[in-house]
Design a protein around this ligand. Structure first.
Ligand SMILES: [Zn+2]
Length: 93
């Protein structure tokens, strides 16, 4: 896992060889309250199992964070007011 500028998203997951996938988190994530930092990390870790954001993905994420939809809404709302360096808007990575 690395922390850096990943553009206008909170994090990325890139599949590697075998189990050597890489999660990158935007440094701006650490301006968020802890429960939203947890959400972003869990969101990216869930992509190890399931790519994309289909129903299966949310079922998996809900097992780690039962109120993940509420946290996503909070992140979408709060995220618009965070400083992300040069980019103005945050995507959902
Ligand atoms: Zn995602």
């Amino acid at each position: 896992m690395t922390v850096r500028d990943v553009g206008n998203r909170w994090g990325t997951y890139r599949q590697g060889e075998g189990e050597n996938g890489r999660v990158a988190l935007h440094w701006a994530v650490f301006q968020l309250p802890a429960h939203l930092v947890d959400y972003v990390i869990a969101h990216e870790l869930a992509h190890i199992k399931i790519a994309g954001h289909g129903p299966d993905y949310w079922t998996l994420l809900r097992r780690a964070i039962p109120d993940c939809e509420a946290r996503k809404e909070e992140l979408d709302d709060l995220g618009r007011r965070l400083w992300l360096g040069q980019t103005a808007a945050a995507g959902d990575g």
